[in-house]
Design a protein around this ligand. Structure first.
Ligand SMILES: C[S@@+](CC[C@H](N)C(=O)[O-])C[C@H]1O[C@@H](n2cnc3c(N)ncnc32)[C@H](O)[C@@H]1O
Length: 128
């Protein structure tokens, strides 16, 4: 899709993501990061078209490719894409009070994965 090389993601991993999102009746999903959207497709299928799907991506080309792939895969509904470094975008989303998210999928650069959850928690729905 979109001329991007495929990345590993088994059918069972995809089904697992869809099950998790469905289990919490996700109405708002945030995916780090966009790339070709391959791994986001199954998450997106757990929501209704009028529910929120936002992704963020460092690379402008990939930020454009992701939504096109999702549309190609038949994922209905709008996709918001924020371009820039995840740390910066997450801080901006927090400042804009863009939460709460029901599901946040961490699949961007791996080194900051110890810091992303701190910000992501502030954007997440609590009490479920
Ligand atoms: C494994 S891929 C994401 C796959 C995607 N979740 C999907 O559904 O196919 C990792 C992505 O993280 C992006 N990325 C790497 N560092 C980043 C950063 N600091 N901020 C935002 N995105 C970043 C890369 O450009 C790449 O597109």
């Amino acid at each position: 899709m979109g001329g991007l090389p495929s990345i590993p993601s088994s059918a069972s991993q995809g089904r697992w993501r869809e099950l998790l999102a469905g289990a919490v009746s996700a109405r708002s999903i945030l995916a780090l990061a966009t790339r070709g959207g391959y791994r986001t497709i199954r998450l997106a299928r757990a929501r209704s078209p009028d529910d929120r799907l936002a992704t963020l991506e460092l690379d402008l080309h990939l930020a454009r490719a992701g939504p096109a792939s999702l549309e190609h895969a038949g994922v209905a509904g709008p996709v918001e894409v924020f371009v820039g470094p995840a740390r910066w975008t997450l801080a901006r989303l927090k400042a804009l009070e863009c939460g709460p998210c029901d599901v946040v999928y961490l699949d961007a650069d791996k080194e900051p994965c110890v810091v992303y959850p701190v910000v992501v928690l502030a954007l997440s729905r609590t009490g479920q």
